[in-house]
Structure formats: structure tokens, C-alpha cells
Design a binder for this molecule. Structure first.
Ligand code: HEM
Length: 359
């Protein structure tokens, strides 16, 4: 009897602990914003400044796209085995004169030129906090994107990352997967990170056609890129075949050799295909992989969770569609065990994809 009462009390006490853990203390900042930690209050004005000075008033444009790209190029300068840089530490911004020399960082000079003065003006953020907050905010400007996490408190970077940490579109699938594994990412996580190419365009793969998008909806964070990379390629959008480029299905669209090979390789084809028309899967897997990427090399016990300063992205209005004149008959599928979803086709003649302005 006494034992039963003791057990009941224990259950109640445990319940209370769980409830207490669930109630996080909220703080109202002087600005009126509510956040989980008082230290995050300083970031709300920074978010406003990024939106006005960097992202043309909260647009999902070239600067937002490049803010996401530079966060990858910064963070991937890391190895779980050591000796490859400080990871998500902002070294690409702070030591840009070194890291911009690396071939894989082609085109990153534009976003460094755009971000550096804003970083200096803000003054109190480390390069890593600035760069990874900018990536989360820029991504949030794209409808359909998940709301990325932001952890605050990275120390200043100590040194430039070494060369050859950033994968290139000319790399083999084996080399790409080995580099991701060396940084701590499984093949499925690598594909999740490549969701980023849904808001991407190339300036330097073919310099004659800057701003050439990787899918027909570069202003929306949808699964369109996973669909369009699976369509049979027929032509090059610009000055013939360039290194790292393969035939694309649409005029005005660029297809990276790496994206295509990953979509066809037995190690990754099913992860690629599973993303098509599964917005929820893409959002949750991308969010989780980015959360890992953006703290690579950091002591997360020392970081404060300021995710609630990141704006909430607009939802994807969907569904995705085959571009006009395309259908299931144009697919090159490499994961036969997965049923391909039913996707409607846009009406009209085959489109020419417009470049992303500002490139
Ligand atoms: C196999 C791995 C990857 C390769 C080979 C690759 C390669 C490339 C290339 C060649 C470009 C075009 C550069 C130019 O010509 O201007 C590009 C653009 C881009 N990449 Fe990747 N990438 C990879 C992974 C990633 C990851 C993991 C992210 C982010 C998490 C990312 C985000 C972007 C974005 C957002 C752009 C567009 C930038 C803009 O439009 O300004 N990429 N990528």
C-alpha cells in the first residue's frame, strides 16, 4: 500500500519535472519582440538591417540565394577527423582574401562584397554568427523554405579553411559522398542539403549566361529542382558544354553534372527521387541537415538558441508541375522501387527559363 502511494507520488513528481522542462521562460525585448533568451534581443534589429541592406526588403533574390550558398562553403571547411578548418565559423568572410582564391569558391566574391560592409557596420557579431544568421534570414525569404535554426555565440574564426574542402560539380559521386562523410554527413543528408539548389543559379559555370537557374522556380523553395534534374537533357543553355555542366531539359536552365549524377547513382537516386513532390520531407530533412551544417566545428553547449529571431517563411502554394510540354515519358528514373508521384503538366508551349536578376 505504502509502496503504491510512493509510486503514485513519484509518477506525479516526474510529471511535474516534465511539465517544468516544457515551459521555457520567454523574454519580451525592449523592441516588443518575444524570444526564448534575453541575449537574442540584440539580433532583431540585425535581422531588420539584413532585410533592408542585403536582401532588398526581404526578397528571395540573388543575395538570399548566395547567403545560403556561402554558409555551405564556410561550414564544409571542416572534418570530423580534424585538420580541415573551423567549420561554421565565418572564416570565408574574415579570411576572404585566402578562401576566395579557391576554385570551388568561384562566384562567392559577389556575396562577400555585399555582406562585408554590413558585417562591419553591425560590428558586434562574429563573422560566423553574422554569416549563418544571414543564411537563415535569406532562406526564410523564399516561400516554401523551412524556418532554419539559428544558434548564437560562435567565437571569431582562428584561420582560413584549407583548399579542397568544397565539392565541385566536376567531382565524382564517390568523391562528393566521401567529402560529405568526412564532414559528418550521410548520403541522405547530402541530398537533403542539395534542396538548396531549388533557389539557385549559376554565374560562373558558364560566364556568358550569369544568373542561369537550376530549376524553373528559383524564387520558391519547392521540390521542382528534384523533378527537373530527372528530365532528359537535350541542350546547353549558353556557350556549349562547360566543365561541371551537363545537358539540361529547358532553355535558360543550367544542370550541374554533380546534381545529375547524384540523381542517377544507386547510392543516392532513391533519396533524390523521394524528394519529388514531397514538400514536407524536403523541408524537414533540409532543416535538420542545415541545423547540423550551421554549427559544424562549434561547441554547441556554449551557443544560445536564438531560432525565434528567424522570420517565418511563407508557405509553398504548390503543387509542383512538369514544365509545359513535359510528362512522365521524359523522365530518367534510377530508383525503380519507388513509385513516381502523379504530377500535372503546365499548359502551353515549352518555356524558356528567365535568369535570376542581379547576377
Ligand atoms: C555536391 C555539392 C555541391 C556542388 C558541387 C555545388 C555546386 C554549385 C555550383 C557550381 C553553383 C553555381 C556557382 C556559380 O556558377 O555561380 C552552385 C550554386 C549554389 N549552391 Fe551549390 N553545390 C553543392 C552543394 C550545395 C549545398 C550543400 C548548398 C547549401 C546548403 C548549396 C547552395 C547553393 C546555392 C544557394 C547556389 C546558388 C547561389 C546563387 O544563386 O547565387 N550548394 N552550387
Amino acid at each position: 500500500m505504502a509502496f503504491a502511494r510512493l509510486s503514485a507520488l513519484l509518477v506525479l513528481a516526474l510529471g511535474a519535472v516534465q511539465i517544468n522542462a516544457a515551459i521555457t521562460k520567454r523574454v519580451t525585448c525592449a523592441s516588443g519582440h518575444v524570444t526564448a533568451n534575453a541575449a537574442c534581443c540584440a539580433l532583431f534589429p540585425v535581422v531588420d538591417k539584413l532585410q533592408s541592406d542585403l536582401f532588398d526588403g526581404a526578397e528571395c533574390g540573388e543575395e538570399a540565394h548566395s547567403a545560403l550558398r556561402i554558409s555551405f562553403h564556410d561550414a564544409i571547411g571542416f572534418s570530423i577527423h580534424g585538420g580541415k578548418g573551423g567549420g561554421a565559423d565565418g572564416s570565408i568572410l574574415a579570411f576572404n582574401s585566402t578562401e576566395l582564391q579557391f576554385h570551388a569558391n568561384g562566384g562567392i566574391d559577389d556575396i562577400v562584397a555585399g555582406q562585408f560592409p554590413v558585417f562591419k557596420e553591425i560590428g558586434f557579431l562574429t563573422a560566423g554568427d553574422f554569416l549563418h544568421l544571414a543564411a537563415a534570414v535569406g532562406t526564410a525569404n523564399c516561400p516554401g523554405a523551412p524556418r532554419l535554426e539559428f544558434k548564437f555565440g560562435r567565437p571569431p574564426p582562428k584561420a582560413a579553411a584549407p583548399d579542397l574542402t568544397v565539392p565541385e560539380p566536376t567531382d565524382t559521386v564517390t568523391a562528393i559522398l566521401e567529402r560529405f562523410a568526412d564532414a559528418g554527413f550521410a548520403p541522405e543528408e547530402a541530398i537533403a542539403l542539395l534542396s538548396s539548389h531549388t533557389i539557385a543559379a549559376a554565374d560562373v559555370v558558364d560566364v556568358t549566361i550569369p544568373g542561369t537557374p537550376f530549376d524553373s522556380t528559383a524564387g520558391t523553395f519547392d521540390t521542382q529542382v528534384f523533378l527537373e534534374v530527372l528530365l532528359k537533357g537535350t541542350a546547353f543553355p549558353g556557350n556549349g558544354s562547360q566543365a561541371g555542366e551537363v545537358l539540361s531539359p529547358l532553355a535558360g536552365e543550367m544542370r550541374l553534372q554533380s546534381d545529375f549524377r547524384l540523381s542517377q547513382d544507386p547510392r543516392t537516386a532513391c533519396f533524390w527521387q523521394a524528394m519529388v513532390n514531397d514538400q514536407e520531407r524536403m523541408m524537414s530533412q533540409f532543416k535538420a541537415a542545415m541545423a547540423k551544417l550551421q554549427v559544424l566545428g562549434q561547441d554547441t553547449r556554449k551557443l544560445i538558441d536564438c531560432s525565434d529571431v528567424v522570420p517565418v517563411p511563407a508557405p509553398f502554394a504548390g503543387p509542383i508541375k512538369f514544365p509545359a510540354s513535359f510528362s512522365n515519358a521524359d523522365l530518367q528514373l534510377a530508383c525503380p522501387q519507388l513509385r513516381f508521384p502523379n504530377i500535372a503538366t503546365v499548359a502551353g508551349p515549352a518555356p524558356t527559363v528567365a535568369p535570376v536578376p542581379g547576377s
